[in-house]
Design a protein around this ligand. Structure first.
Ligand code: ATP
Ligand code: MG
Length: 186
């Protein structure tokens, strides 16, 4: 059985200039452990597909088709159930790292909060897991850097922190929306 199945996904946006057909009839299947890359020019709908899977499309969006995750229809799932799936089972690495980091919170709190919220972890356990993922994405001096704020990191480091945040709950599916655009190629 596939872990994720997208069937005839269509995304349209209602705008002042009429209907924008952002995604037309996209279908694909993914099994557990499989990797799949979506390639397309700027504006072809890659990010909107990821956002639709996460239930995070803009208010003016109209969606048709089916998105099944582990047998559940994500497009008709109540918000509370979708929220429970996010981060814990499906994680999204946003294209722009600053849009998923809170400038007023330390990295330790932002990473730790995810584990506390989704797994009921204690503060100490959350701190330990935050350190593990910071080391996994090779942030130097991770233990001390946990207390820093997003602006105290370089752009490439922020991008890696966002990747760390996606990994922290060990999700079954990671949607990586151009996760390396802010990184040095080396
Ligand atoms: N809220 C919205 N209202 C109207 N149009 C929108 C809205 N959100 C996205 N779009 C349009 O949907 C289309 C697909 O956008 P999307 O962000 O998925 O492209 P992309 O393939 O990720 O591009 P890039 O490679 O530049 O990131 C674009 O034409 C965009 O302008
Ligand atoms: Mg995009």
């Amino acid at each position: 059985m596939s872990l994720l199945s997208v069937e005839n996904l269509q995304i349209r946006f209602r705008t002042g200039d009429g209907l924008v057909h952002a995604v037309n009839d996209v279908s694909f299947d993914m099994a557990e452990g499989q990797k799949l890359a979506l390639v397309g020019e700027s504006g072809s709908g890659k990010s909107q597909i990821a956002l639709a899977i996460m239930g995070l499309l803009a208010k003016n969006a109209e969606v048709a088709g089916k998105v099944r995750f582990d047998g559940r229809d994500l497009l008709s799932l109540p918000a509370s159930q979708l929220n429970a799936l996010r981060a814990a089972q499906i994680a999204l690495i946003f294209q722009d790292p600053m849009s998923s980091l809170n400038p007023y919170m330390t990295i330790e709190r932002q990473l730790g909060e995810v584990v506390e919220l989704h797994e009921g972890a204690s503060r100490a356990e959350a701190r330990k897991r935050a350190l593990e993922v910071m080391e996994a994405v090779r942030i130097p001096d991770a233990r001390n850097r946990l207390r820093a704020y997003p602006h105290e990191f370089s752009g490439g480091m922020r991008q890696r922190i966002v990747i760390a945040m996606a990994l922290i709950c060990r999700p079954r599916l990671i949607l990586a929306d151009e996760p390396t655009t802010a990184l040095d190629v080396t």
